[in-house]
Design a protein around this ligand. Structure first.
Ligand code: AMP
Length: 541
């Protein structure tokens, strides 16, 4: 016997409909690529998204056709999210920081029919155009510009395209919640990127859980500024979760430097934010040198790569901001875990609480994690036994888009991370499986060594790699970018590990570099570091 409750599909259009209906005047503030600020709200954003959807239909965009964006976090990008998915097409957010060959590969692979992009990317798109086999229309996300139109006869302008739509367009009434809604390609540090195709259902369930207090904790009382780009796993789903609850939204456009962000945070009274550690390191350095404060910010979600514990302390001690350390992946929409304490932790000492806080957190309802050994045997959640991290849940990928190889192993998605899980579900990432160091048969976590190096007062950035070693097979090599003007000595850096890790974990040597190579989503390209420095310990004998 079925229950006798309404059977309404979970659809992305319902999020913006709800926000327009009950939070219509909640502001959406957007920094324009050309400078200046546009102010709109949920009611206006919905009206424009509906009209844009109509323009897409009139242009002949059919069910599940892919439509690409190359854009910053701004209000037009937000409208496109809802217009494209709401209308039954697939919103394919493309990361402009990828190499042009990768961009062409991704858009050809996805068979994108239209491309919407910001002014910053006009030269990039102009160069790419001839390599894009399926894109029929190139729409610049601005009003008409005579000069640009004269220079590039292939350009269309967003506001003119929008004007071709009807105001009274209706969302399609035959969408299935399992229909595809949006598409992201994994950044991949090696090999071709792979597509992850989200559904309306997975997106809505992810958004519903994301907003809850133990996850991102969004409410109508918040003002969210997502620093994480809308081309990086849909800004971690925050434009859906925050809209669902009617939070004020602030989009920073292309200006992600410390000065611009600090001004925007304080002027717009932002209460919550989200971004990768690299961005926060820049912001904290700016605040330290300028003496400015984050006047209204209460919380920030930090993830995408390991958040150094020193960053958690600095946010709390200098700015009263709580860091919510999160772990996720494109394949997980992306949220897997977020670090929030439980009731029982408040009775514990500060040191005990800190030991919990530095982990990547625990999974919310909807995500199940497990650690497995090489023979696919599940290992205990004892906080000590480390293994390959596997995941399953309501917003976890089942198959890659157009990939032949099955993505799952016995119903679980292998994340490629190596982790421990404690009995309360708190998970600690020890490494990417291909980055971990095996020294004389024993594992050494590069994440732990990097976190410690980042706590050194003269270190701006650090990475640890496995370097080949005649006796131990692999030994850790510390690669460091000193803070501006700082002199760092190898003995001092290595001495800093004394008493903090087992003696045999201490790296064998230090390389000082100007910059650590990162990929388009800010992750350290350890394969590049290994190619350059992987043999230095051998050469040294
Ligand atoms: P992406 O799909 O590009 O977001 O990359 C996902 C990968 O980023 C994960 O498999 C982890 O290796 C890494 N990652 C994400 N969040 C964290 C975190 N909090 N700590 C350590 N690694 C992380």
């Amino acid at each position: 016997m079925h229950g006798l409750m309404m059977d309404r599909p979970l659809l992305i259009s319902q999020i913006i409909d709800h926000a327009a209906r009950y939070h219509g005047d909640a502001p959406i503030v957007s920094v324009e690529t050309t400078g200046g600020i546009t102010r709109t709200n949920y009611a206006q954003a919905r009206a424009r998204a509906v009209k844009l959807a109509s323009a897409l239909s009139k242009r002949g965009m059919g069910r599940s056709d892919r439509i690409a964006t190359l854009a910053w976090n701004n209000h037009r990008h937000f409208e496109l999210y809802y217009a494209i998915s709401g209308n039954g097409q697939v919103c394919h957010t493309v990361n402009p920081r990828l190499f042009p060959e990768q961009l062409a590969y991704i858009m050809n692979h996805a068979e994108d029919r239209m491309l919407f992009f910001d002014r910053t990317f006009v030269p990039l798109v102009n160069g790419l155009r001839e390599h894009l086999k399926t894109v029929e229309a190139f729409v610049l996300m601005e009003g008409h510009d005579d000069e640009l139109a004269g220079e590039h006869d292939w350009l269309e302008f967003y506001d003119e395209f929008l004007a071709t739509g009807d105001d009274d367009h209706r969302w399609p009434d035959d969408l299935d919640e399992r229909d595809a809604s949006s598409l992201c390609y994994t950044s991949g540090t090696t090999g071709n990127p792979k597509g992850v195709l989200y559904s309306h259902r997975s997106t809505l369930i992810h958004a519903m859980m994301s907003a809850t207090p133990d996850v991102m904790n969004f409410s109508a009382r918040d003002c969210l500024l997502p620093v994480v780009p809308m081309f990086h796993v849909n800004a971690w789903g925050s434009p859906y979760a925050a809209t669902m609850v009617g939070a004020k939204l602030v989009f920073p456009g292309p200006n992600l430097d410390g000065v611009s962000l600090t001004r925007l945070f304080n002027d717009e009274q932002v209460t919550v934010s989200a971004g990768v550690p690299t961005i926060w390191a820049g912001l904290l350095a700016h605040l330290a040198s300028s003496g400015e404060k984050l006047e209204t910010l209460k919380r920030t979600i930090v993830g995408g790569s390991a958040c150094p514990p020193a960053m958690i302390d600095k946010f709390r001690d200098d700015h009263g901001v709580e860091v919510l350390h999160a772990w996720g992946m494109t394949e997980l929409s992306p949220l897997g875990t977020v670090n929030n304490l439980k009731n029982k932790h408040y009775a514990m000492s500060e040191a005990e609480q800190n030991a919990v806080r530095i982990t990547a957190g625990r999974p919310p309802f909807g995500i199940e994690l497990g650690v497995f050994d090489d023979d696919a045997k599940q290992l205990p959640n004892d906080g000590e036994t480390q293994g390959d991290l596997y995941c399953r849940g309501h917003w976890v990928l089942q198959d890659y888009y157009s990939e032949g190889e099955p993505a799952l192993r016995e119903g679980w998605f292998p994340t490629g991370d190596v982790a421990t899980i404690d009995p309360d579900g708190y998970m600690a990432i020890r490494d990417r499986s291909k980055d971990i160091i095996k020294s004389g048969g024993e594992w050494i976590s590069t994440v732990d060594l990097e976190n410690l190096a980042m706590a050194h007062p003269d270190v701006a950035d650090a990475a640890v790699i496995a370097a080949a070693h005649d006796k131990w097979d692999e030994r850790p090599l510390l690669i460091v970018v000193p803070k501006q003007g700082a002199q760092v000595a190898q003995d001092d850096l290595l001495g800093f590990y004394d008493g903090k890790v087992a003696k045999w974990w201490i790296p064998d040597a230090v390389q000082i570099v100007d910059e650590i190579p990162r990929n388009a989503t800010g992750k350290v390209r350890k394969n590049v570091l290994r190619e350059t420095y992987g043999d230095v310990l051998k050469q040294a004998g």
